[in-house]
Design a protein around this ligand. Structure first.
Ligand code: SAM
Length: 341
C-alpha cells in the first residue's frame, strides 16, 4: 500500500501542481493521496479521472503532523537535501506500506525528523511532480488501473477505447429485444468468462462486456450469421472494433477463412485473437443455454451436427486456456448451482 502525503497545498495557488501530484500518484501505483488542506475541486478532478480510467485511488485531507505520526509503515520524505535514491531504493522496495511525503514551498524542519528516510532524486532543486514520479517509478509497484476508458497506444494520433459497463450492456440487449433465454445465456457467459479469466490477468471489464454482448446478433438471426449481425449492431452503436469483434469471433472455436467462405460469410477469418476474445469464445462453447457442461459433451454435439472437423480446434482452444488461466471445470460447473440473473 502506498500513500502520498502532499504538504503545503494552497488551493488558490497550487491547483494545477497538486492535481499533478495526485494524478502521478494514481498513475504510478499509489493507492491514496492525503492533502493537508481541504480542496473540493481537487477531489472532484481526481475522482473523475479515477472513475473514468480505473483503479481504486482515494483522496483524503488531514494535517501533516498528525498523518505522519499515525502512519505505521515506512515514511519517506522526498527532498533535494536527502540521501540519493539509488543508495536506498533496494531497501525501500522491501517495505510493504510506504508513505511518500512531498512538499510545495518551504517544508517544515520537523518533517525531516519525523520521516524514516529523507531521499533525494538527484541533489538538485526541481519539482515535487518529477521527484514523485521518478521515485514511484523506481519503486516499481504495479496496480490494475483498467477502467471504463483505455488508451490504445498508437504511433500517431489518439485512440481511446470505452468499455461499456454491465448495466449498459444489459440495456443494449433489451434495446434490441433480447428474450429472457438470450439474456440468461449472456449473463452466464459473463460469469463463466470472469471465473475463467481470474487465473490469467484477463481484463475483467472487457471480458464482462464481450460476454454480455457476444450474442446480441441473435436478436436478428439464430443462424451462423448471428456473429456478423452482432458485429454490425455494435458498430452501429458506435462501439470500438475491440468490442464488436467479440460477436464475430465467438462462433464455433473461431472460423477459418476457408470455412467462412463455405458458409458464405463475408470473406475473412473469424478467429479469436486476444486473450479476452478466446476466453469469451471458450466460455460460450462450454454453455448449453445457461448451463456449463464438459467439453466432451460439446464435442459430441458438434460431431452429431456433422461438424466433426471443428472439434480439434475447439478442444485445442479449451486446453490452451486451461493451461494459461489454470481454470478447473469443476469450479465453472459450480456456477450452475449459483444461478444469479
Ligand atoms: N525549497 C523547498 C524545501 O524547503 O525543501 C522545496 C521546494 S520544491 C519546489 C517542492 C518539493 O519538491 C519538495 O518539497 C520536494 O518534495 C520536491 N523536490 C524538489 N527537488 C527534489 C529533489 N531533488 N529530490 C527529491 N525531492 C525534490
Amino acid at each position: 500500500m502506498i500513500t502520498v502525503l502532499r504538504i503545503g497545498h494552497r488551493p488558490e495557488r497550487d491547483k494545477r501542481i497538486t492535481t499533478h501530484v495526485a494524478l502521478v500518484s494514481r498513475a504510478f501505483g499509489a493507492d491514496k493521496i492525503i492533502v493537508d488542506r481541504q480542496d473540493d475541486k481537487l477531489t472532484r478532478t481526481v475522482n473523475n479521472v479515477t472513475r473514468k480510467f480505473g483503479g481504486d485511488f482515494e483522496i483524503e485531507f488531514g494535517g501533516y503532523r498528525e498523518q505522519i505520526k499515525k502512519f505505521k509503515g515506512t515514511k519517506v520524505h522526498l527532498t533535494m537535501y536527502g540521501i540519493p535514491l539509488e543508495k536506498r531504493i533496494n531497501e525501500l522496495r522491501k517495505a510493504e506500506d510506504i508513505m511518500v511525503i512531498v512538499g510545495s514551498e518551504k517544508v517544515p524542519r520537523e518533517v525531516y525528523e519525523l520521516a524514516d528516510f529523507n531521499i533525494a532524486v538527484r541533489n538538485q532543486p526541481h519539482s515535487e511532480v518529477s521527484a514523485l514520479s521518478i521515485f514511484l517509478d523506481r519503486l516499481g509497484r504495479k496496480k490494475d488501473l483498467r477502467g471504463e476508458l483505455r488508451i490504445i497506444p498508437e504511433e500517431r494520433g489518439k485512440r481511446v477505447l470505452r468499455i461499456p459497463g454491465r448495466d449498459e450492456c444489459l440495456a443494449l440487449l433489451d434495446k434490441y429485444g433480447a428474450d429472457e433465454r438470450l439474456k440468461r445465456h449472456s449473463i452466464m457467459c459473463s460469469r463463466v468468462a470472469l471465473k475463467m479469466g481470474e487465473g490469467c490477468d484477463a481484463d475483467r471489464r472487457l471480458l464482462e462486456a464481450g460476454a454480455l454482448l457476444h450474442d446480441i446478433g441473435r436478436t436478428v438471426t439464430h443462424s451462423i450469421f448471428h456473429g456478423v449481425e452482432g458485429y454490425k449492431i455494435l458498430k452501429r452503436e458506435g462501439m470500438d472494433e475491440i468490442i464488436a469483434r467479440f460477436c464475430s469471433t465467438h462462433v464455433g472455436a473461431g472460423l477459418l477463412k476457408s470455412t467462412a467462405r463455405k458458409l458464405k460469410l463475408p470473406d475473412q477469418d473469424y478467429i479469436p485473437r486476444t486473450l479476452e476474445e478466446k476466453i469469451v469464445c471458450n466460455s460460450d462453447t462450454l454453455l448449453k443455454g445457461d448451463r456449463v457442461v464438459v467439453i466432451d459433451e460439446i464435442a459430441e454435439d458438434y460431431r452429431q451436427k456433422g461438424l466433426a472437423s471443428e472439434v480439434p480446434r475447439l478442444k485445442s482452444l479449451y486446453s490452451r486456456l486451461e493451461r494459461r488461466c489454470k481454470f478447473r471445470i469443476e469450479d465453472l460447473m459450480k456456477l450452475n448451482e449459483q444461478q444469479q440473473f
